[in-house]
Design a protein around this ligand. Structure first.
Ligand code: HEM
Length: 420
């Protein structure tokens, strides 16, 4: 029996995305062609002129749930890359041509391809230019992360597993006609892939589809759970509007920044040591648990979680309940007018053979991220431990951090050449 016959199609596609490469892509396409009783839906082609100038402007292209919250694509690949040589203006044209080919191959939506290209501090050093973003550093006293040191990061996202694989392979010259469209150029000879290649997924049923990669899901977790720790996230009022994360001035106006934090999750302990009441209290707030406003996986929430109101009770909850929620303490870092400063586009992963999260967030400045992350650490809150009863911190462990500049689309291809 082949692997595609022994596991569900959904599991099989997740597995292929994590494996990557042209062999995985071929298997992915075969499996789709073989699908019994299912017509293969053509993947929409695209038009580069329809893409907005902000690389991070995905919201217009995303689907929404019944309440109106944006739904991120299901499959994600994070491709790290390094420059091979000092880049030239011709190289920048070639990169742009490759990216435009990909935009011609796929529509600007979740059935097609959404992507961003970002650059780390080492890229700007290579150009002898001042880096517009800081080097990553440890942000709390309970972490000792590895730092991303490669030059750039491409984030590829689609509901179709073959699209993320095919786009990655086409960019690096491993196939010439993604979705039937000829590549005018590739990144080969200008950049090379670097480690780590990262992958992930999110959405209803996705954690269950990955269960075998982490030795099975713990008891108590629903097959339908949208994320490993059991609750849906990304409710509209707790997400920054795209304007809020967009650089307003300077050479990269119209761009944004990415912070990428990889975490391991102790999922079995989360489901054995805590009951549903405490999981709600520690994820949202003790009031959410007492009032039953969340539901099993967040289905009772609409577009607002109530975290902003609960934020005001963080200190008193620590004193009287002895526990504070992740969302409530993190919402303390909202802007004065109540706007959330981070646009979270994070997704679960099994890259490290344990349940994990690639927490990818866009924000105007990395300082915004630091402010929110330190509010989440809650080192200022009396009455809870550094980890114990302090939101999710007893169960999540920071592994890596990286900072990237995501220029506007017009400057996304080897930015800054000739401007140093
Ligand atoms: C495994 C780790 C994590 C899980 C399971 C998780 C889950 C959640 C959930 C369920 C919510 C409430 C729903 C929502 O507002 O979308 C939330 C809110 C939030 N989380 Fe996380 N999160 C994790 C890690 C992080 C990290 C590393 C950050 C970095 C700062 C973060 C920042 C936020 C923010 C800013 C909010 C919204 C707060 C507000 O309402 O203003 N989360 N998270």
């Amino acid at each position: 029996m082949t692997r595609s016959e022994s596991v569900s199609r959904r599991e099989y596609f997740k597995w292929l995305v994590s494996v990557g490469g042209t062999a995985a892509l071929a298997a992915c396409l075969d499996a789709q062609n073989e699908a019994p009783g299912e017509e293969s839906v053509p993947i929409p082609k695209g038009d580069p002129s329809e893409r907005p100038d902000r690389q991070h402007a995905w919201n217009d292209a995303l689907e929404t749930d019944d309440a109106g919250n944006y739904r991120l694509p299901t499959h994600h690949v994070l491709v790290a890359f390094n420059l091979l040589d000092d880049p030239t203006a011709d190289d920048a044209d070639t990169v742009e041509s490759a990216l435009r080919s990909i935009e011609s191959a796929y529509g600007y939506d979740s059935d097609g391809l959404l992507f961003t290209v970002g650059y780390g501090p080492s890229y700007f050093e290579r150009l002898s230019a001042d880096s517009p973003i800081p080097e990553p550093r440890a942000l709390t006293s309970i972490e000792d992360p590895v730092f991303d040191e490669f030059d750039g990061l491409i984030h590829l996202a689609s509901d179709k597993p073959d699209v993320v694989l095919e786009a990655e392979s086409a960019l690096f010259g491993e196939l010439s006609k993604p979705n039937g469209v000829e590549m005018d150029a590739t990144l080969n000879g200008i950049v090379e892939r670097a480690d780590p290649r990262r992958t992930g997924f999110l959405g209803t049923g996705q954690p269950a589809a990955h269960a075998d990669e982490i030795g099975g899901l713990p008891d108590g977790i629903s097959e339908e759970t949208p994320a490993f720790m059991g609750f849906k996230s990304g409710f509209q009022s707790s997400q920054a509007p795209e304007d809020r994360v967009t650089l307003q001035s300077g050479p990269y106006a119209g761009g944004t920044t990415t912070h990428l934090e990889t975490l391991d999750i102790q999922l079995r302990a989360w489901f054995t040591q805590e009951d549903h009441w405490l999981r709600v209290a520690k994820t949202f707030s003790p009031e959410h648990a007492a009032e039953g406003t969340v539901g099993e996986t967040g289905e009772k929430l609409d577009t607002a979680t109530g975290a902003a109101e609960a934020a005001e009770q963080t200190a008193s909850d620590a004193r009287t309940e002895g526990v504070v929620g992740h969302a409530q303490k993190t919402a303390r870092a909202r802007d004065e007018d109540g706007t959330a400063p981070l646009l979270r586009r994070d997704f679960n992963t099994t890259d490290r053979d344990v349940p994990g999260l690639h927490f990818l967030a866009h924000q105007r400045t990395i300082d915004d991220y630091v402010r929110v992350r330190q509010a989440m650490a809650g080192e200022d809150i009396d009455g809870v431990g550094q980890r114990v009863n302090n939101g999710l911190l007893q169960y999540i462990f920071v592994v890596r951090r990286g900072n990237f500049l995501v220029p506007p689309r017009s400057k996304r291809s080897l930015p800054g050449i000739g401007e140093a």
